[in-house]
Design a binder for this molecule. Structure first.
Ligand code: PCA
Length: 215
């Protein structure tokens, strides 16, 4: 049986919940064609998150790795196109570290593109009636750090393994604590991630969508 590794994050920034972990929990053990999903929670801590991610890759030897994170304020399931070699933290991570303008990997390339079929994923989600878009930035906090570290590790050690990152919105109860914030229910987010994983599994490379699938 093949394996698909899906990671989510622990809560951060004073939150008690992180939708990226809650929404992937129901996916543990789910079968997608001839592959099984294994999930793993990453600490929201620079560098340590990458140690956990690399250990999970070594443990499960997956064919596909999809990391998921919370992007509070975004209204869509956003499929990230690119990770940049920059840590520039707006707030401290869960260990109190706040790197400013440091590289994720010393002397690494400026950026890595996702090796997921990002347009096929967005297209499949939209077809299923789920608001989704391509995002051109994963930010400069721990999510971008994990996406860059993941793609660097795969590029260096396992070039045949595909990987990428998906950001998801706040849960309704998180939005209710703020004013005017978009949110998505846990059920819809879990369903969306399953559909995204299926699209990534089925499409080894991207499909060409007339006019782009960004908007
Ligand atoms: N979101 C943060 C880090 C962890 C998470 O879920 C981010 O977007 O960088």
């Amino acid at each position: 049986m093949k394996t698909i590794l899906v990671t989510g994050f622990e809560p951060f920034g004073g939150e008690t919940i992180n939708p990226s972990w809650e929404a992937i929990k129901p996916l543990q053990g789910c079968q997608i064609a001839d592959a099984n999903i294994e999930i793993c929670q990453l600490p929201c801590v620079f560098d340590i998150a990458l140690q956990h991610l690399y250990a999970a890759i070594e443990l499960y030897k997956p064919e596909l790795v999809i990391s998921v994170g919370q992007a509070g304020g975004r209204a869509n399931i956003s499929v990230e196109r690119v990770a940049i070699n920059v840590n520039d933290a707006r707030i401290p991570d869960n260990a109190g570290k706040q790197p400013i303008d440091t590289p994720v990997i010393l002397n690494g390339p400026a950026a890595y593109f996702s090796t997921l079929p990002i347009k096929a994923i967005v297209s499949a989600l939209k077809k299923a009636g789920i608001p989704a878009s391509i995002s051109q930035t994963a930010g400069t906090f721990v999510c971008n750090h994990v996406m860059y570290g993941l793609l660097h590790y795969l590029n260096q050690h396992y070039p045949a393994i595909r990987g990428g990152f998906i950001h998801i919105p706040y849960l309704p109860k998180q939005a209710a604590e703020r004013s005017d914030m978009p949110s998505m229910t846990l059920e819809l987010m879990a369903m969306s991630l399953k559909a995204a994983i299926e699209a990534a599994w089925e499409n080894r490379s991207d499909i060409v969508v007339t006019g782009g699938a960004t908007h």
